[in-house]
Design a protein around this ligand. Structure first.
Ligand SMILES: CC(C)(COP(=O)(O)OP(=O)(O)OC[C@H]1O[C@@H](n2cnc3c(N)ncnc32)[C@H](O)[C@@H]1OP(=O)(O)O)[C@@H](O)C(=O)NCCC(=O)NCCS
Length: 180
């Protein structure tokens, strides 16, 4: 049995099984803490009956006007707990909270253009590619950079579905355009 729980600062010491993954970003501790301060209800974990953290999602809200949206900064599930719906449960919770109380138009996220598993998973949940962010992941010195797909899923408030478009894979933007 799995419970969905708010993520608390001491949980950072219990999330190693989730973070030990090449596709999971490991951030500086202040980055996690800033999410807990600003968006405490958008950072939550799945926990097994022994109290182990088996996955977590770190999210936030951002943007103004029709760009007001929920954002998935990180979603990851421990290797031993994959393929039993935990990521789906985490994503659904962010969706619910982005609609109520935040009343966002859409949810978005950035995913490595080579992370086919995650891209297909997001498509399965109703996300589509909005644009390709060229060289978004710069990597370590000497490593090749990689593009990100900005994927979006419209929420109820986006009645006209303005947050999604066809052929987003071919709409290329630079990282500096994303942060405007
Ligand atoms: C991607 C990740 C979060 C999926 O977690 P999960 O809990 O195993 O995912 P779920 O069980 O909720 O699966 C949801 C859907 O994704 C797809 N999916 C997930 N894992 C898959 C796999 N190994 N092969 C094929 N499809 C897969 C399926 O469509 C699945 O739905 P289904 O089981 O009804 O067919 C997990 O593999 C992970 O932590 N990967 C490393 C970090 C990462 O890539 N995060 C995303 C970066 S943006």
């Amino acid at each position: 049995m799995t419970s969905l729980k708010p993520f608390h600062a001491p949980d950072l010491f219990k999330a190693n099984a989730v973070n030990l993954d090449v596709l999971t970003e490991n951030y500086h501790i202040s980055f996690y803490l800033s999410y807990l301060v600003h968006w405490p209800t958008l950072f939550f974990s799945t926990v097994n009956p022994s109290g182990d953290i088996t996955g977590y999602l770190m999210g936030k809200t951002e943007g103004t006007g029709p760009e007001w949206h929920g954002h998935v900064t990180c979603v990851s599930v421990a290797a031993n707990y994959r393929r039993i719906g935990l990521a789906g449960c985490l994503a659904e919770n962010l969706e619910r909270r982005s609609e109520d109380p935040y009343d966002a138009y859409f949810i978005d996220l950035f995913v490595r253009s080579t992370n086919t598993l995650a891209i297909n998973m997001y498509k399965h949940w109703g996300y589509s590619v909005y644009r390709r962010v060229v060289d978004y992941y710069t990597g370590d010195p000497g490593m090749k950079s990689e593009d990100a797909f900005d994927m979006r899923k419209p929420l109820k408030r986006d009645v006209d579905r303005k947050s999604v478009r066809e052929n987003g894979e071919n709409v290329r933007v630079r990282p500096e355009e994303v942060y405007l």
